[in-house]
Design a protein around this ligand. Structure first.
Ligand code: ATP
Ligand code: MG
Length: 433
């Protein structure tokens, strides 16, 4: 029996020349008759174990022969640097213990179709590419929390079950709340504003739900949003906070996830090219830019994915598009005092055509105007009484934003479809597994 003081594959570099114990799963097995090459994964990385027949006991050799893809095992061996191996290390195996022999594994090393894989998402996440994406996702979440903590933003969790729609009911999932209608939250925003009046600077991080009827590469029904709200922050402060956050996230991923980016074959140069401050372009100038490229677009319309790509293609860094027409933004945006046809809102578009990753802006802080907007938008006054209270009792200029985690993961990982950015995606046609 092998002692259970184990190391993880990601930390093998600290144990070169030492004998260590690893536990994980067999990803692949090759044999030359005299040598077994075991590719082992443990969730933190992948390493090749080498078992030489003449240097090993018959018993261990026989055990290796039984191994199948995804069998669980514990091995012992000496760590060597080996630049040609995945991860840069190799283990000269001295002992092997089988934990569980796997039945014939449905996901082989050849290419599979997306539906086949999606149906087996619980197994698909074990592949090196998917695990790399999930590790980067965790890195982005970690970096975000550290960022806000260091700037004295207080984490205040928003409710998931809500009595009213934040921005209309068209994309809401309705639930039965003890006989009453309630909805799954599509944004923590309104509650964040209340929390910001209590805490000054706050953020929340949680799942949000949108019954999006269109099938795109960028929309999930359930996604995670990182939202911040700060009292006394104006529109400019808000954009500076966002660019600092995004820059911090990109730097963190570049610094701590090189191996994962390599697995994904991400063009790192594009991420390294990102510079502060991020460029800014007004909605009106963006419309002109589109028209000058021969793309038909009318002032007052909302950008579609191809429009966003055409705009972001002009810049190496993420770009803010700001001062949108009042008509295409939610009721709570503050109009520009110099031009009330547009609002103090900005979206941040990722480079390389990954589209909008943040929506945000300065909020309406005037009581009368807010009441008027709620009416114009046909929203139920009673349901928003508590929200309007925030303007009755010590109103201040304040701003905030929401960053979609999955969109950010897609962009940083350089992946085509948002369904690979979360362990168990909820898409228009799939809720299993
Ligand atoms: P889009 O126009 O792309 O649908 P939106 O304007 O509805 O986005 P916001 O309401 O501003 O987006 O939400 C903030 C952020 O949440 C977006 O910038 C995006 O990163 C993310 N997001 C919005 N909807 C989805 C979705 N269905 N799936 C994944 N992420 C989303
Ligand atoms: Mg949307």
């Amino acid at each position: 029996m092998i002692a259970v003081e184990t190391v993880s594959i990601k930390n093998l570099y600290r144990h070169v020349g030492e004998e260590v114990t690893l536990q994980g799963w067999l990803y692949n097995l090759r044999s030359s008759g005299k040598i077994f090459f075991l590719i082992i994964r443990d969730g933190s990385g992948i390493v090749q174990g080498v078992l030489v027949k003449k240097e090993t006991s018959t018993e261990t050799w026989e055990k290796a022969k039984q191994l199948t893809q995804e069998s669980s095992l514990r091995v012992r061996g000496v760590v060597r640097e080996e630049p040609r191996s995945p991860g840069g290390f190799e283990i000269q195996l001295t002992d092997l213990e089988i934990i569980g022999i796997a039945e014939p594994y449905p996901i082989s090393l050849k290419e599979h179709g997306v539906d086949f894989l999606a149906e087996r998402r619980h197994l698909w996440i074990r592949t090196p590419r998917q695990s790399a994406i999930l590790r980067i996702r965790a890195g982005i979440e970690h970096a975000s929390r550290v960022f806000f903590h260091e700037r004295d933003f207080i984490l205040a969790d928003a409710p998931i079950i809500t009595p009213a729609a934040c921005e209309g009911t068209t994309t809401l999932f309705e639930i039965d709340y003890h006989g009453e209608k309630a909805f799954l939250s599509q944004s923590g925003q309104l509650y964040n504003e209340a929390n910001a009046m209590a805490l000054g600077r706050m953020y929340c991080f949680g799942p949000t739900f949108r019954a999006e009827k269109s099938k795109t590469r960028r929309h999930l029904m359930e996604f995670w949003m990182l939202e911040a709200e700060a009292a006394f922050f104006d529109f400019e402060d808000n954009m500076r906070l966002q660019e600092d956050l995004v820059y911090h996230i990109v730097s963190h991923v570049l610094q701590h996830h090189r191996a994962d980016l390599d697995i994904l074959k991400r063009d790192i140069g594009r991420l390294e090219a990102i510079k502060l401050p991020f460029p800014r372009i007004s909605y009106t100038d963006a419309v002109e830019l589109l028209n000058s490229k021969g793309i038909e677009f009318k002032w007052g319309d909302d950008f579609g994915a191809p429009d966003e790509t055409a705009i972001s293609d002009h810049f190496d860094s993420p770009v803010f598009v700001h001062h949108f027409p009042v008509g295409i933004k939610a009721f709570y945006f503050k109009p520009d005092p110099d031009n009330p046809e547009v609002v103090l809102g900005a979206d941040l578009l990722a480079p390389e055509g990954y589209g909008e990753i943040i929506g945000g802006g300065q909020r309406l802080d005037d009581l009368k105007l807010l009441e008027q907007r709620i009416e114009e938008h046909g929203l139920p006054q009673e349901a928003f009484e508590w929200y309007v209270d925030l303007r009755r009792y010590g109103t201040v200029p304040h701003s905030g934003f929401g960053l979609g985690i999955e969109r950010t993961v897609s962009w940083l990982c350089g992946i085509e479809h948002i369904r690979e950015t979360i362990p168990f995606p909820r898409t228009l046609y799939r809720i299993y597994p």
